[in-house]
Design a protein around this ligand. Structure first.
Ligand code: FES
Length: 571
């Protein structure tokens, strides 16, 4: 590409008053005049925040990206965007995913950037940045922050998935406050995001499988020197991507999405993968449905032994060869000719990767489980679909009919779940309404609702749970999620009553409410007005425009992109 045609030259290549202003105010930062000589300007989109502890090392990581950018002859400029901390943000970080994506999109388009490095880590920081960048479609590469070191408690390895076990143990009276405090001290021992195959790790694997990061990006632990080197190499790579004009849309083909779906199945990735991948596809203009996600994952077995589906942690995965070793095993199933960020094909990037530990990464002919990926359910209880992750579910509940125990919303659930008089037994199905995108704006991760205390005390460890909400990527259980249409949007879920019979048949891909069509229609007619819309602000915008989970819960007017051209230039 002719560097004189770089986008940034529309700012810094100008003469007269405008060029003076663009350059002079940048030079106050100590930038030398030769930096404006037509070299690629690389934006480093940083989600550093002390309120996003998983990304708290990103200022240092950005310095390593800058080294690579300088080394390859580019000029790096770091800028902040809204950072979404999963643990602290209320009501849920997911409410702000689309808002952050708007921030990213507009910040990239409005500024004199030729290419972008996205620094992503904690769960929502990856999809929000990728979604926003897709809608601009400049050359873009992702650098993930990397997982934390594995946690330790009483000599045992622990990770975020253990939190659910600790919580149930405490509710059942098997773990006291002192023990919880000891576990808390050992959970998060270093920089980095959650150390299991939760949503953050799933997202890091997703970008590597899509081809928009360098190979090896997903598993290198945050404190490992190799993470800094990967950041530096990515900084150099983005300069080459700009020179080659290799944009996101050149990499993110339909085939790249199919590859990501298969890789996600093999690693036992988070259910949140479904919702984020659909949203990203919508931004880049690739047609993708939850049925596609089911279809392309159905013949891929589980070959990674990682919590919550297996036993090990991301640090172990790195020592075993990382995601490249997994992708190497999957090559016969993948579109090997897909282009990736470094200009290589998938085959070129991954054909030499090796596995160093068969306990952690196995082969497709000797899988840890034939059950992987997600099953897209259909039926009169979820006309637009719902999702279940079989590898996190209990085999004996995969086909189950029972009576519904219904909670109208999360407050109702919290108030009654431990009521000794709750009419529930282990064959019941727990149904939680009004936690979908509109009903509980943001669609919180409450779908793997805790079991009734009286059943926990009896030793019950799993029950079928159904909701229009999401589940943490670190969660597990026989949990039907993302029921669409959601209750607050007039979905059939809204009319389920205590005692109604429901059948879940994972193999048959069915979620059926045993109520006649006529009765469903009559009950829907008698429903009270649907959810109240917030009176103002972003939440109002969100509720008025958010789409169903089956479309990725993006805002309707954000689908697609507006490109990188600034249409009106007042200067
Ligand atoms: Fe940030 Fe788990 S809380 S990745």
């Amino acid at each position: 590409m002719d560097e004189h045609k770089l986008r940034s030259q529309g700012w810094f290549g100008r003469k007269g008053k405008d060029g003076f202003i663009y350059r002079a105010w940048m030079r106050k930062q100590g930038i030398a005049p030769h930096e404006f000589d037509g070299r690629p300007i690389i934006g480093i989109c940083n989600t550093w925040s002390e309120l996003t502890p998983c990304n708290s090392h990103f200022r240092e990581l950005a310095e390593h990206v800058k080294r690579g950018v300088y080394e390859a002859g580019g000029f790096p400029v770091e800028f902040p965007v809204l950072s979404l901390g999963e643990t602290l943000m209320k009501p849920t970080a997911m409410l702000f995913r689309n808002l952050a994506s708007m921030d990213v999109e507009e910040a990239i388009r409005a500024n004199p950037l030729d290419g972008v490095v996205l620094l992503c880590g904690c769960d929502k920081t990856t999809p929000s940045l990728v979604m926003g960048a897709c809608s601009v479609d400049l050359p873009t590469i992702v650098v993930s922050g990397g997982p934390m070191l594995t946690g330790r408690h009483r000599g045992k390895c622990i990770g975020t998935s253990d939190l659910w076990r600790f919580s149930e143990a405490q509710r059942a009276g098997h773990m006291d406050d002192m023990e919880m405090s000891l576990a808390e001290a050992g959970m998060c021992r270093s920089d980095g995001h959650c150390a299991v195959m939760g949503t953050a790790s799933t997202m890091a694997c997703m970008v590597e499988a899509l081809g928009i990061s360098l190979p090896g990006n997903a598993a290198i632990p945050a404190p490992d020197a190799a993470r800094k080197i990967l950041a530096q190499r990515s900084g150099a790579e983005i300069v080459r991507m700009v020179k080659a004009d290799r944009k996101l849309s050149d990499i993110l083909s339909r085939k790249a999405f199919e590859n990501a779906i298969k890789v996600n199945a093999a690693i036992g990735g988070s259910t949140n993968f479904v919702i984020h991948l659909l949203a990203i596809a919508g931004r880049i203009g690739v047609e993708l449905s939850i049925e596609d996600i089911d279809r392309f994952s159905s013949d891929i077995p589980l070959i990674a032994n990682l919590q919550p589906s297996g036993s090990y942690f991301m640090e172990d995965l790195y020592y075993a060869g990382g995601l490249p070793a997994i992708i190497n095993n999957l090559l016969p199933h993948l579109h090997q000719d897909c282009l990736t960020a470094n200009g290589n094909t998938v085959a070129e990037n991954f054909s030499i990767a090796e596995c160093y530990d068969p306990n952690i990464i196995t082969t497709t002919d000797k899988p840890f489980s034939t059950m992987s990926g997600f099953v897209a359910l259909k039926g009169n209880l979820c006309e637009n679909g719902a999702v279940i992750k079989p590898s996190a579910a209990s085999a004996q509940l995969m086909k189950h009919t029972g009576k519904a125990v219904v909670f109208e919303n999360i407050e109702d659930y919290n108030a009654r779940i431990d009521d000794p008089d709750l009419d529930v037994d282990e064959s019941s199905l727990l149904v939680l309404k009004n936690v979908g995108p509109k009903g509980y704006p943001g669609m919180p991760e409450v779908g793997n609702m805790g079991l009734p205390a009286k059943l926990l005390a009896k030793g019950v460890t799993d029950m079928v749970r159904i909701s229009d909400g999401r589940m943490s990527g670190t969660g597990f259980g026989t949990v039907v999620l993302h029921v669409s249409p959601e209750a607050a949007d007039g979905g059939t879920l809204a009319i389920v009553r205590n005692g109604d019979e429901i059948t879940l048949d994972v193999k048959g891909r069915l979620l059926h409410l045993h109520v006649s069509d006529e009765d469903i229609a009559a009950r829907k007619k008698a429903l009270p007005p649907l959810v109240a819309i917030a009176s103002r602000g972003y939440v109002r915008l969100y509720q008025e425009h958010v789409q169903g989970a089956h479309l990725g819960a993006d805002l309707d007017f954000l689908r697609g992109g507006s490109g990188s051209k600034v249409t009106r230039d007042s200067h």
